[in-house]
Design a protein around this ligand. Structure first.
Ligand code: DX5
Ligand code: ZN
Length: 221
């Protein structure tokens, strides 16, 4: 079965001193721009502060897919939706009232998504399937760009696809996605791909986005 796919470049490893220009280089060929936000508590990193994040959301030509790796997700998730992010992902490990937070995010017109860290089971959260627009299966530990894709997550991606079946809920993979790994992630059942260093370490980021899209679209029926 061929399904619609999306390529969402992560700007975590782009040049932060020229972030709006970096986004402009890829906006036209990207489905969403993936914006990684850290509080240095949930994961050991810090990326964009709230003021810059708001500027990015309002200036980007492509919609923003905010991935919030923060402890206070119940409060911060809806804030990003209110600021205009079109998709907001909170971690199940950091959200106290998942159903209410998802509703609050959606009340601002954004898609709502739940992220699952590598050591967290999807089965423990399957009761939320009919409440969300997407699951993000982390294929690295949250924290940094440039890490190696964890092939042991392929089983979790397949399990998520099995649980979702044909419902129109997206499955995003994030971490180590490149020309080498995008097809195995797609074959396991993912349809929405985050790629950070593969895009921004390449000489032509927009061409890399196109190449990843091409690879992910070549479905053997
Ligand atoms: C990791 C972030 C990822 C990261 C992806 O905590 O959530 O979005 O930027 O970067 P690459 O593609 O380099 O693994
Ligand atoms: Zn991310």
């Amino acid at each position: 079965m061929s399904r619609e796919i999306r390529i969402n470049p992560s700007i975590l490893n782009a040049d932060h001193d020229h972030i709006h220009e970096e986004i402009a280089r890829i906006a036209k060929v990207s489905d969403y721009i993936h914006l990684d936000i850290f509080d240095n508590k949930f994961a050991p990193n810090f990326s964009f502060d709230w003021k810059l994040a708001q500027e990015i959301i309002s200036r980007s030509e492509a919609p923003i897919d905010a991935h919030l790796m923060v402890c206070d997700a119940d409060y911060i998730g809806p804030q990003y939706a209110e600021a205009g992010a079109k998709s907001v992902t909170v971690h199940v490990e950091a959200t106290h009232n998942i159903s209410q937070t998802v509703k609050n995010i959606r009340s601002h017109g954004a898609r709502a998504s739940l992220a699952i860290k590598p050591r967290t089971s999807i089965d423990d959260y399957s009761q939320y399937i009919d409440e969300v627009d997407m699951f993000l299966i982390m294929t690295v530990e949250p924290g940094f760009g440039g890490q190696k894709f964890m092939t042991e997550m392929l089983e979790k991606i397949s399990r998520t696809r099995e649980l979702i079946g044909n419902r129109p809920i997206w499955i995003q993979v994030d971490g180590g996605i490149s020309q080498e790994t995008i097809e195995i992630a797609r074959d396991a059942g993912a349809d929405t791909f985050v790629a950070g260093s593969a895009v921004f370490r390449s000489l032509d980021p927009a061409a890399m986005v196109e190449s990843l899209r091409q690879l992910a679209s070549n479905v053997k029926d």
